[in-house]
Ligand binder design. Structure first.
Ligand SMILES: CC(C)(COP(=O)(O)OP(=O)(O)OC[C@H]1O[C@@H](n2cnc3c(N)ncnc32)[C@H](O)[C@@H]1OP(=O)(O)O)[C@@H](O)C(=O)NCCC(=O)NCCS
Length: 157
């Protein structure tokens, strides 16, 4: 496996619980950020910061005690940024069928020791699926532009 992807595997712990008895959304967001960070640092060989997390969709709840996999893979690189697709899957450890719980795109920027954005190695898609994911990331970037322009007015108010 290349350093363009990685998977975290662990058990959902009682300390991850929400008020409804399943895994807390905040815990899932932390796992997403951690897996994305490890993938970005592995690809760029430098410290990285999260610049954007988009469209986190919680599809199904994760049960406490479930085996969780957080799968991260680079799907697009720019000059200093890395777009990483994250998919969270879980299953009862007694069973073999995985459920897809969450999907999102997270973007990291590589930084030097002075906190300045630095360039990252170019990731080139090779398989059909990778080409499709890269085009998906580019499409999302364009769609996001409208949302960000709309939000910018509020942020700068
Ligand atoms: C990350 C940071 C250094 C970028 O600084 P900036 O002046 O906005 O830099 P730029 O506008 O040159 O953008 C840098 C890269 O981020 C990308 N980027 C910026 N905003 C983005 C967004 N909303 N979505 C996706 N990528 C974005 C740019 O496209 C650029 O990528 P490229 O070099 O591959 O083209 C700065 O925004 C920052 O420090 N943010 C806080 C990070 C942080 O604290 N994260 C949470 C804790 S880790």
């Amino acid at each position: 496996m290349s350093n363009a992807s990685l998977t975290f595997s662990f058990l959902a712990e009682p300390s991850d619980v929400n008020f409804g008895g399943n895994v807390h959304g905040g815990a899932v967001m932390k796992w997403i950020d951690q897996a994305g960070y490890a993938c970005a640092v592995g690809w760029s060989s430098s410290y990285c910061v999260t610049v954007y997390v988009g469209g986190i969709r919680f599809l199904q709840p994760i049960k406490i005690g479930d085996l969780v996999e957080v799968r991260a893979k680079i799907i697009l690189t720019g000059t200093t940024s890395m777009h990483i697709a994250i998919d969270v899957y879980s299953r009862n450890p007694k069973q073999s069928e995985w459920k897809r719980n969450t999907h999102c795109i997270i973007v990291f920027v590589a930084m030097d020791g002075e906190g300045k954005a630095i360039s990252v190695p170019t990731w080139t898609p090779t398989t059909e699926e990778e080409v499709e994911m890269e085009s998906y990331a580019r499409k999302l970037m364009l769609l996001r532009k409208n949302i960000e322009d709309e939000m910018e007015a509020k942020i700068r108010k």
